[in-house]
Write a protein that binds this ligand. Structure first.
Ligand SMILES: Nc1ncnc2c1ncn2[C@@H]1O[C@H](COP(=O)(O)OP(=O)(O)O)[C@@H](O)[C@H]1O
Ligand SMILES: [Mg+2]
Length: 383
């Protein structure tokens, strides 16, 4: 607890006590300073503290046992601090934002005015510091700036997405032409030529089919979904997503295993949105694996039937999630990834999609070992 009005008699105040009415007036002023919401400190011209009001004792967390003697002790050593006290030495005044070192070792941000108090003859007799705690305001400003940066980044990613979707669309036409002409080539060449040429044309056709499947998969993923729920087969969602990412992940040392054991994996939902959830979770898994010092890892996707639900789980052997992150990771724009790498939107969007499909979500995670996200969706029985 803080002792109220830790006061050391100030000679300059006593000097001004000329008569009783003045004494009364001074008493009122004294009480006003003592109960002001601004922190007020008086010091001698060489910085020795002579008085601290209640607000300052509170904000600087000065306890009974503390006896700060120098005004400078409340400020970190820095050119800015030197400049502030330098101004005082030449009789100037400074009004600036400063970090203040509290007596309990913590810090606060304050708007600080440091000025000289003069007597009637304008002779400097003391230094007065007054300050307001602006820590919360500064934190809110920082948060707002961060959110703004993240919003811009998300908007940029969305633009890239739109661009990619139109490129994918454009690829489709030349792809159809290539497929048709390969077919013509194949039928015209027949069996009458060099087998090496036949083999090359066949491999060309297989590669084209693969490109077409990837392009179609991406088109489906990029397509703006209508808000219409329909019977959706979870296994098909997993398989199509795997087709898009499995090879890419393998190239960076991450294996994706699938154990699709549900006998009736139909739910009511939307294919594209479910695919978005899966994409978000496996790319989080990839990031978690890549943030570990050891190279490579595994992501396992499982489905099974549990009572009336179908269960979908995505496990990774990545870095795991510490308690403090677990508490905040579903907040929009919460990310622990460097700027440009994360938007902080994946989990908040995934959760709202899963909830809209009447799904439930749970998480198990061990720091250093990995994480499992489990979803339960109400299963529908098809005839
Ligand atoms: N599988 C995971 N392993 C470890 N941490 C994770 C995992 N999934 C999510 N997280 C944590 O949750 C945060 C929020 O995830 P998300 O909403 O997808 O945003 P982003 O991936 O853009 O950071 C991540 O930054 C990360 O710290
Ligand atoms: Mg993510």
């Amino acid at each position: 607890m803080v002792s109220p009005g830790k006061k050391i008699p100030t000679s300059f105040l006593e000097d001004l006590l000329l008569d009783k009415s003045k004494e009364n007036l001074l008493h009122i002023k004294d009480a006003a300073i003592d109960s002001s919401i601004a922190g007020v400190v008086f010091a001698s011209l060489n910085g020795e503290i002579t008085y601290m009001n209640r607000s300052f004792l509170d904000m600087a967390r000065v306890s009974e046992n503390d006896s700060p003697s120098q005004l400078k002790d409340f400020f970190p050593e820095s050119p800015k601090t030197d400049e502030m006290f330098g101004q005082l030495a030449i009789g100037g005044q400074s009004i600036e934002e400063h970090w203040i070192k509290r007596c309990d070792g913590s810090t606060m941000e304050a708007s600080v005015t440091l000025s000289i108090v003069t007597d009637r003859a304008e002779k400097p007799i003391a230094a007065m510091l007054s300050c307001l705690d602006i820590t919360e305001q500064k934190n809110a400003e920082r948060e707002k700036r961060l959110l703004h940066t993240q919003l811009l980044h998300s908007a940029k990613l969305a633009e890239i997405g739109v661009l990619a979707a139109s490129i994918i669309h454009e690829i489709n036409t030349p792809l159809a032409i290539m497929k048709a002409s390969t077919h013509v080539l194949k039928t015209r060449l027949g069996d009458s030529i060099d087998p090496k040429v036949t083999d090359a044309v066949n491999r060309h056709e297989i590669a084209l089919d693969r490109v077409a499947r990837i392009v179609n998969g991406l088109r489906r993923f990029a397509r703006a979904e209508e808000d219409k729920d329909e019977v959706t087969n979870i296994h098909r969602v997993v398989e199509e997503t795997m087709f898009l990412v499995k090879d890419l992940f393998k190239k960076v040392g991450i294996n994706i295993e699938t154990h699709l054991k549900s006998a009736a994996p139909q739910i009511i939902g939307q294919f594209g949105k479910l695919q978005q959830v899966l994409m978000n979770l496996i790319s989080n898994g990839k990031d978690a694996i890549e943030s570990k010092a050891s190279k490579g890892g595994t992501i396992v996707i499982r489905t099974s039937d549990v009572g009336e639900s179908i269960q979908l789980s995505i496990s990774d052997d990545g870095c795991g999630i510490p308690e403090d992150v677990l508490a905040k990771m579903f907040d929009a724009f919460f990310t622990t990834k460097p700027a440009g790498a994360g938007t902080g939107l994946g989990l908040s969007i995934s959760r709202s999609i899963v909830t809209s499909m009447k799904g439930e979500m749970s998480i198990e995670s061990k720091v250093g070992q990995g994480t499992t996200f489990t979803f339960k969706f109400p299963r529908i029985k098809t005839a």
